[in-house]
Write a protein that binds this ligand. Sequence first.
Ligand code: ARE
Ligand code: CA
Length: 479
Amino acid sequence: QFDPHWKEGRNTIVHLFEWKFRDIAEECEKFLAPRGFAGVQVSPVTENVIIKNRPWWERYQPVSYIIESRSGNESEFAEMTRRCNAVGIRIYPDVVINHMSGARGYGLAGSEAKTEIFSFPAVPYSNLDFNTGCSINNYDNAIEVRNCALSGLPDLNQGKEYVRDKIVEYLNRLIDLGSAGLRVDACKHMWPGDLEIIYKRLHNLNTSHGFPENARPFLTQEVIDLDSHPNGRTISKYEYIGLGTVTEFKFSAEIGKLFNGKNQLQWTRNFGSDWGMLPSDRALTFVDNHDNQRGHGAGGADILTYKNPRPYKMATAFHLAWPYGISRIMSSFAFDNTDEGPPMDDKGDIISPKINEEGACTNGWVCEHRWRQIYNMVEFKNVVKDTPVANWWDNTKNQIAFSRGNRGFIVFNGDNFDMNEWFTTGLPAGIYCDVISGSKNGTSCTGKSMTVFDDSRAFVSIANSDEDGVRAYHIGAKL
Ligand code: ARE
Ligand code: CA
């Protein structure tokens, strides 16, 4: 449950937030596989209640476990996992098992949510399957956080065998259909002991999708915990790392502060567990997620998003260059207000992204994963795999540089003055293409290049007026 089952030579999960299954399948084949990505997190797939104006968050209110959402139905889901697995891209659906819909009404498959009597006939769940009578106000009270309603959402009782059976049956269907793992929503609100029972009953991954025998599903559990300590009073992320990986929200908050000028890059030298973050192999890391990019969840104003492209790209470059965590990239749709749903037509159906000549998304989709500065860093991470950080340099402020063994070298200028420096790069002599300002194209570089001399030294400058405050070089982009 800790292994994301990435194909050899691949890394990074991209959250294709609200994408339709058919579009995901095409993206796996046309873009993600050739660019060295490893997997896709998919928005919740079950039938959800339909809410007026169709906010994105209606998908976190399940009505049944029928696979039918605005992203597609069960056969389209199966087609997606088949096509993506065929090109080595893993699929991880987001699963909502803490609660059911808080809003009364119907789902896309026609099932009803009779919330006033806690009845969800399409599962079926009745009032006997829920914790009723309280809602979460005090996050310091673990019993309340686990056994009361989160934002008014009817709270399932996973202590009950019947409820566990229904959940396990649903999750096993996703696994049998070719998923490589799951993003489990709202784990803070479920008892680790109940989750353990549920997880133990999950099937091994489906070998007909190319997974080895006895492969356990990858689990990444959403637990928002910015500051707890292993034996602290409040619910802690450490309670869950024996069961699977955990979303490391502290990474998101700290990297935001580093690149929005509230902290200094010189301190990143020991970025990782020393900062109160989880052990690297248990941490799902991200610069922003679908909640905190719009002020839901945690992190507040410190979180960087596509709306601040220069620091966002620098933070993402650091995320992918620094050897810590299991990386996930956010791929957004453009939004102005926090409730706004994905690009949709008059009927509320999702409009597919279109790709322009430059390879960027249009039609209201941002597609950060298609930004050159971001996908080229996914390649950087593949090229430097397993090499240690070496040749650290900093200016005692916000300019830093380091190499990854003798395979990659990266420089950041986070100060508000220009940088002109000689560095020891760790790289063999030669001319290297900066994969941030451009890409290697045959024998030439569409961006700025760097000459490494026989002593491994090179001169790099980054001006404040430059489009990006980072340059990255690796042996795969040697000219
Ligand atoms: C919506 C409306 C509510 C309404 C409710 C029921 O916004 O006003 O009461 O529906 O009708 C998402 C949205 C919610 C939305 C929900 C259901 O973010 O706004 O509610 O869908 O449609 C806590 C949880 C954490 C959770 C965050 C958002 O611990 O698990 O809140 N994150 C996940 C998902 C969300 C999703 C849900 C859970 C629910 O990623 O997208 O909600 O399925 C501190 C605490 C954190 C706490 C945080 C915010 O930091 O430490 O634990 O996170 O505050 O309260
Ligand atoms: Ca609960």
